[in-house]
Ligand binder design. Structure first.
Ligand code: HIF
Length: 280
């Protein structure tokens, strides 16, 4: 790719500063556009980054964010990022989607998510078969199948699940409804605290099986979320993260960095990752 900043010697090679500019643009747009859901597009960007990455299969080495081959990229997230892609045409979609997820977590008060570029966009032939993303109506065996296929252990699976502190479910998308906690635009360990401290009853409604908190009946847990406290091995990490926010932030960051890098044939080393500056 050649642009105006290209030197006569060769193509434009973006530096950390160039990627920080993309980060800053995402952060500014997140701060300015508060008309969505609970006031932030951040959660939907986190979900985009995870869905782009979560098709990875460690046995075959297929799937993952490299390629931007996700067939059902959610419209809200794509629309949000399209002007940023237009402004920085040198970034690949797969780098942009994952960078946006990392940026959203940092901007919503979460841990830093060190990130590095190197994903290429591929055509539709590289798409993975459908059905690699998890089904929220299932139990702990399914969580272990899906995240085990990506190469995660129990501790990492539970840490990742803390991202459900962000955002909400929508009846017109998944069929489920509601937020997981009272601050769905702030990254916290509330998901774990509520799982442990609240009593969760099955919601009486016509929709799919989901759970609601006894105290306010306004919150939601998916069957896969409740599975985390039904399973003894998972539960010990839920209890630990409910008590220790720092441990959660640290272990979540490590697991999320790993998620965003699955299947990417980087030329760079892990120590070359960029740590972006969060906005003021
Ligand atoms: Fe989610 N997830 N997720 N998820 N997810 C939903 C929404 C979000 C699962 C199911 C759902 C992860 C794992 C799993 C986010 C981030 C992550 C919804 C609701 C469902 C059903 C969608 C809708 O109706 O809009 C299942 C079964 C998972 C495996 C256990 C990750 C760890 C928690 C990997 C992850 O990072 C985010 C953020 C949202 C909120 C999106 C929004 O629009 O607000």
């Amino acid at each position: 790719y050649l642009n105006s900043e290209a030197t006569p010697k060769g193509p434009f090679v973006p530096t950390k500063e160039d990627y920080q500019k993309v980060y800053d643009e995402i952060a500014t747009k997140l701060a300015n556009e508060t008309d969505y859901d609970d006031g932030s597009y951040g959660p939907v960007l986190v979900r985009l980054a995870w869905h782009a990455s979560g098709t990875y299969d460690k046995e075959t080495g297929t799937g993952g964010s490299n390629g931007a081959t996700m067939r059902f990229a959610p419209r809200h997230a794509r629309d949000f990022l399209e002007p940023i892609k237009a402004k920085f045409p040198w970034i690949t979609y797969s780098d942009l989607w994952t960078l946006a997820g990392a940026a959203a977590i940092q901007e919503l008060g979460g841990p830093t998510i060190p990130w590095r570029p190197g994903r290429e966009d591929k055509d539709v032939a590289a798409c993975t078969p459908d059905g690699r993303l998890p089904d929220a109506s299932k139990d702990q065996r399914h969580i272990r199948d899906v995240f085990g296929r990506m190469g995660f252990d129990d501790r990492e699976m539970v840490a990742l699940c803390g991202a459900h502190a962000l955002g909400r479910a929508h009846t017109d998308r998944s069929g489920f409804e509601g937020p997981w906690d009272f601050s769905p635009t702030v990254f916290t360990n509330e998901f774990f605290r509520l799982l442990v401290e609240e009593k969760w009853n099955q919601r009486k409604w016509n929709g799919p099986t989901q759970f609601t908190d006894k105290t306010t009946s306004t919150l939601m847990m998916l069957p896969t979320d409740i599975a985390l406290v039904k399973d003894r091995s998972f539960k010990q990490h839920v209890e630990r993260y409910a008590k220790d926010s720092d441990a959660f932030f640290k272990e979540f960051s490590d697991a999320f960095v790993k998620l965003l890098e699955l299947g990417v044939p980087f030329q760079s080393k892990p120590e070359d990752r960029f740590v972006f500056k969060t906005s003021e």
